[in-house]
Design a protein around this ligand. Structure first.
Ligand SMILES: Cc1ncc(COP(=O)(O)O)c(C=O)c1O
Length: 394
């Protein structure tokens, strides 16, 4: 019998749980979009978004999902026939690269070791061999939501520098934004893409591209520019109608203000610490459940496991049945496996507006479903997660 009739729990890796204050901010009636308070709120959002990723560069907001931010990034910096090196470690760097292929961009894929992070030494080696400078840009994802790996962006930058390569370094922090530290300027990233619906705790619909000096230089000669996405000066204009190249996403602007206020109230260091503890709790649970032929963490190196999402290999356990039982009978939505992990995994998102009861409730429900399915597992994951969280309580 279904027990799902309470508040449902969304444990997918985005869209994530939306805080009440963000939802309430979206419920406002429409203001004047040509003057007054909205412009001040919007200005403050632009400023805070730059701070969030640690850049003095420009930020552009596009009324889009993450794919739209990918489009804006590529069309403003590349030309038909340009080649990019895709550093693939799951599904999303390749997705970004593939989105540029119909525009005439050529992609070359450098794979991370299986179930691991991008190897900076392999990046250096490939770029050293590019003696004619054919590679115009290098694409990487900080946290790949399919594999749940966390790549070391600063080390990849160091590898690019060691090879003496001057391709644009472009990073997708869509799944990592406001979950783990990200320092665009300090790490030497030329362009970053992000989106609202994960760690930023805002419904899907707005996405971001941050551009540093080298990306802005590339824009001057980029042959793929479109009318709407172009970083023309109007996109930084005082007049907000033209800043968004049309009507501003009013409700999302208020939502972002409310979400950024929550982040600043908590303090980014604490936000990252909370994600570390809750991500650790999920991993502790999976390790306790692990048994030969049963559940297993996908990412092998503990240092490369992300604090935003965990991909769990299901092996002999029917992941679809587990997810369906959690959703239909208990009100818990788990993430499906995607890309090469489809059918053989499920994912738990632990990004954004979450606390111990939400994570322990999620893990307890998964454990109940494992018991109900008579699936093999080792120890209680809930007990392991509670013990892990206990170390952070004082
Ligand atoms: C790392 C990463 N990049 C890009 C995307 C694509 O974003 P969207 O689905 O909003 O287009 C996702 C979506 O999950 C993602 O996790």
């Amino acid at each position: 019998m279904s027990l799902q009739y309470g508040r449902p729990m969304v444990a997918t890796p985005g869209p994530s749980v939306i805080p009440e204050s963000v939802l309430a901010a979206m419920g406002r009636s429409m203001p004047n979009i040509y003057g007054g308070e909205l412009l001040e709120v919007s200005d403050s959002v632009f400023a805070d978004l730059k701070q969030l990723v640690g850049t003095e560069g420009n930020v552009y907001i596009t009324i889009d999902n993450g794919h739209g931010a990918w489009g804006m990034s590529v069309t403003n910096t590349l030309s038909p026939g340009d080649k990019v090196l895709v550093l693939e470690s799951g599904r999303f760097a390749i997705g970004w690269g593939e989105s540029a292929v119909p525009l005439g961009v050529e992609i070359e894929v450098l794979m991370a070791p299986e179930r691991g992070a991008i190897d900076p030494a392999a990046v250096e080696q490939r770029l050293r061999a590019d003696v004619d400078g054919e590679i115009k840009a290098i694409l990487a994802v900080q946290i790949d939501t399919a594999s749940s790996v966390m790549n070391d962006i600063a080390s990849i930058r160091a590898a690019i520098d060691a090879a003496g390569h001057d391709g644009l370094f472009m990073v997708d922090c869509i799944a990592s934004l406001a979950c783990v530290p990200y320092e665009m300027d300090a790490w030497g990233v030329d362009l970053t893409v992000g989106a609202a619906q994960k760690g930023l705790m805002v419904p899907p619909g707005v996405a971001f591209v941050w551009a540093g000096p080298k990306a802005l230089d590339a824009h001057a000669t980029a042959g793929l520019r479109t009318s709407h996405w172009d970083w023309k000066s109007r996109r930084l204009d005082e007049a907000h109608y033209v800043r968004f190249d049309g009507t501003p996403p009013v409700s999302h602007i208020y939502a972002m203000r409310a979400a950024l206020d929550l982040l600043s109230e908590e303090g980014l260091d604490r936000v990252y610490h909370r994600h570390t503890v809750l991500g650790g709790a999920v991993r502790a649970a999976v390790e306790a459940w692990s048994t030969p032929g049963g559940l297993e963490l996908n990412i092998v190196d503990p240092a490369a496991r992300s604090n935003a999402v965990t991909t769990i290999l299901s092996n002999s356990i029917d992941a679809d049945r587990l997810r369906e039982m959690c959703a239909e009978q208990a009100g818990l939505w788990l993430g499906v496996g995607i890309g090469e992990y489809a059918d053989t995994s499920f994912r738990i998102g632990h990004m954004g507006h979450l606390n111990p009861p939400m994570i322990l409730g999620t893990l307890g429900t998964v454990e109940a479903a494992l018991i109900a399915m008579d699936a093999p597992f080792g120890e209680s994951g809930v007990a392991a997660a509670a013990a892990h969280i206990a170390t952070a309580l004082s």
